[in-house]
Design a protein around this ligand. Structure first.
Ligand code: ZN
Length: 174
């Protein structure tokens, strides 16, 4: 597969568990259970330059470190909704994003920080060599317990039709 580039997108997480989505503020994306990305980061989803096979790296900030929680390859883009069919997930100790790819001083952009095809491939390789596992969409990563997974899916399915606004650069919480 030819990867054109990667996008680093920062997400809020559940305050008690960084592997889970933030159910209060950003309950839907990345939607590992359905393989869609439809509510967060509108500047990324609706950007005309977004290409199929772009890799999305899902970053969360944990103890001031930028760690990679999951990653997926864009398979389709339709009406501002991004589709994927599998994802890598941090089941063990997560990797920190290298400083050169995501400088801490860099301001975050609405369309996601763009990294090259080579850096994206290297990072994916690194993730696979570490503790990341690949799952087909809809599969619960083994590091998430069943109750948490079900609660997350239920919450996200309930608010699918609500409007959602991410906010940017207002604080470290994105
Ligand atoms: Zn959001």
């Amino acid at each position: 597969m030819d990867i054109p580039e990667g996008r680093i997108l920062v997400h809020q997480h559940n305050p008690d568990n960084w592997r889970l989505r933030n159910l209060e503020k950003h309950p839907i994306d990345p939607n590992w259970e359905t393989g869609t990305y439809s509510k967060c980061h509108i500047g990324f989803r609706e950007n005309k330059r977004l290409k199929v096979n772009t890799v999305v790296f899902d970053l969360v900030i944990q103890d001031k470190k930028s760690i990679i929680r999951s990653a997926f390859v864009v398979k389709k883009i339709k009406n501002g909704i991004v589709f994927f069919d599998s994802f890598l997930f941090a089941d063990g100790k997560p990797l920190e994003i290298p400083e050169k790819l995501f400088p801490t001083s860099q301001s975050r952009t609405r369309h996601g920080n763009i990294i090259s095809d080579k850096d994206s491939n290297d990072l994916l390789e690194d993730m696979r060599a570490h503790s990341y596992n690949e799952y087909p969409v809809g599969t619960k990563p083994f590091s998430i317990n069943q109750n948490d997974w079900e609660k997350m899916i239920l919450t996200s399915s309930k608010c699918k039709d609500e409007q959602h606004f991410c906010y940017y650069r207002t604080s470290s919480k994105i």
